[in-house]
Write a protein that binds this ligand. Structure first.
Ligand SMILES: Cc1cc2nc3c(=O)[nH]c(=O)nc-3n(C[C@H](O)[C@H](O)[C@H](O)COP(=O)(O)OP(=O)(O)OC[C@H]3O[C@@H](n4cnc5c(N)ncnc54)[C@H](O)[C@@H]3O)c2cc1C
Length: 507
């Protein structure tokens, strides 16, 4: 029976595990990295890296340069559930990068190996035993490895989280479920499709999902998926996927694609575990629940928590201290300070989207400041406090509600004037429509804009007539004085409204 003793054993060679392994080994400590999969292995994922990943880990820029398949992303488009509103983001600097996870993860493992990490793939754990001074792992082939501290980097269904008692299982409302596929497409075809289209398309709340559907363009692949909270999963998720593909196809975003071999995957989608450390154990990446609960971004947090866990272990090893629960508390303190607040703000924003999914994108469509705020949160460029987000959102709601209400009232008044002016069933009909619209506006609390902004051809004709009346009152003798005054008043009011509309729009 072989027996090997290490300073640190890391279970799971995803981005979190490889990163932790690399940093610890670079300090000269003995590290074992094990994974049950045979590498290179694929991981069902969008494969989008935000820009801050390379800002924090410059060596990853090297990997991206080396991988000919990675690609920069400069633009994206987010659609509201009704598809009525959309917000675009275009940047001169890359917003992020697209990678193939099989290649990217394998490169990270190679970097760890170069730093001195011992790596064993296809390693199947039979048992994990927490002793007084060490942790022992027995494999299914009965080899034993032992360490001073174990790091659980084994993803959302973490065995180490279970064995250490830190997380026996996630609740369905803490998990997201996804269906996806990465379609192989000829590179030239992708280039052609990409000519006028965005690199990323996000359809929030597609088909009433409490989640979103995504389309990511890569070098010679298109990654398309849908995801929602497991507790709110629809029975017909596959059907929704087919509908999504049909929509993209209709919009000319993608060519005809053969939908088969769809993959399913889970992702933690709430706050991280309350406790991510224990006696001789740390959890990192998905195992700890470090994911942006709004966008599903997990790679940045996997890499960052790997780095922070390494920092903690290095400090303890250098000081010669034990890996007691008390000493490992440092890890939780460090990640809370690093990205803990950010994850809380994101969850707060997601709760907003729960109630006002349409509104979030509608306001991003209408209000540049709000759009920048949510883009910053989603892309992780800037941490924005819950209070600032709430204030701006409520301000947008109020601003557009007042604006909509104002125009609704003016609309109704103008219909009343028209009624006096012209009489007849047509005008009566217009008046009723105006009134109805006003009622709808009140009922929906400003959610739906009245068609007032889109001046109808019919209305234009009326305006032309009124204008004629004003310009040539003598020619229109048949119009009585009262109508004339009404017309003038309406014109002045309209000019005032236009000015107000412009000033509100630019507010
Ligand atoms: C559908 C989907 C799309 C996503 N899209 C994006 C995206 O576009 N951008 C983004 O930033 N994030 C995305 N994420 C999240 C991202 O994939 C994860 O947050 C990230 O992979 C977490 O890295 P990790 O190293 O913690 O875990 P993983 O990458 O899951 O790696 C865990 C490793 O542990 C191994 N393992 C598991 N159990 C054991 C065991 N018992 N013994 C040994 N080894 C074990 C596995 O084989 C695996 O290699 C997405 C997630 C999903 C599900």
């Amino acid at each position: 029976m072989d027996r090997n003793i290490f300073d640190v054993i890391i279970v799971g060679a995803g981005p979190a595990g490889s990163t932790a392994a690399k940093f610890i080994a670079e300090e000269g400590f003995k590290v074992l990295l094990i994974d049950r999969a045979k590498f290179p292995r694929n991981k069902p994922c969008g494969g989008a890296l935000t820009r801050r990943v390379i800002e924090r880990f410059p060596y990853i820029a090297e990997i991206l340069r080396k991988l000919l398949t990675s690609q920069e992303i400069f633009d994206g488009k987010i659609y509201s559930p009704s598809l009525k509103y959309s917000a675009e983001i275009v940047s001169e600097n890359p917003l992020g990068f697209m990678v193939f996870r099989d290649e990217f993860d394998y490169e990270l493992v190679k970097i760890a190996k170069n730093a001195g990490v011992e790596f064993i793939d296809d390693y199947h754990i039979k048992n994990v035993i927490f002793n007084k001074d060490s942790v022992r792992i027995r494999s299914k082939s009965d080899s034993i490895v032992e360490c001073k501290v174990i790091i659980g980097a084994d993803g959302v269904r973490s065995l180490i989280a279970k064995k250490s008692g830190l997380n026996l299982r996630w609740r369905p409302d803490q998990l997201g479920v996804c269906i996806l596929k990465e379609f192989e497409i000829n590179e030239d075809h992708i280039k052609h499709l990409q000519k006028h289209k965005k690199g990323i398309h996000i359809h929030i709340g597609f088909e009433n999902l409490y989640g979103y559907a995504w389309t990511f363009f890569k070098k010679n692949r298109i990654n398309i998926g849908i995801g929602c909270l497991l507790s709110e999963k629809k029975d017909n998720l596959k059907e929704v996927y087919h509908k999504y593909i049909a929509l993209l196809n209709e919009e000319g975003i993608i060519p005809d694609l053969k939908i088969e071999n769809l993959k399913g995957a889970l992702i933690p989608l709430k706050l991280p575990l309350k406790k991510t450390y224990g006696d001789k154990v740390l959890l990192i990446g998905d195992a700890a629940g470090f994911v942006n609960s709004l966008s599903g971004e997990g790679l940045y947090y996997a890499l960052s928590s790997g780095e922070i866990a390494a920092k903690t272990c290095i400090e303890i090893l250098k000081k010669g201290h034990s890996f007691s629960e008390k000493n490992l508390r440092l890890y939780q303190k460090l990640w809370l300070k690093d990205f803990g607040k950010e994850l809380k703000s994101i969850l707060f924003l997601r709760r907003f989207t729960r109630i006002w999914l349409e509104g979030i994108i509608k306001y991003a469509h209408l209000d540049e400041k709000w759009k920048n705020m949510i883009m910053n949160v989603i892309l992780g460029f800037k941490n924005i406090s819950k209070l600032t987000l709430a204030r701006r959102y409520m301000w947008c709601r109020f601003k557009f509600w007042v604006k909509d209400m104002f125009f609704a009232v003016i609309d109704a008044i103008s219909y009343v004037f028209n009624f006096y002016h012209y009489g007849g069933a047509k005008i009566l009909n217009q008046f009723v429509t105006g009134f109805e619209n006003l009622m709808i506006e009140i009922a929906t609390f400003g959610q739906n804009r009245l068609p007032f902004n889109n001046i109808k051809i019919e209305e234009l004709k009326i305006w032309e007539e009124i204008y004629e009346t004003i310009k040539n009152p003598k020619k229109n003798k048949e119009k009585n004085m009262l109508t004339y005054i009404f017309s003038r008043f309406k014109l002045i009011l309209n000019k005032f409204v236009e000015k107000l509309r412009i000033s509100i729009n630019t507010f």
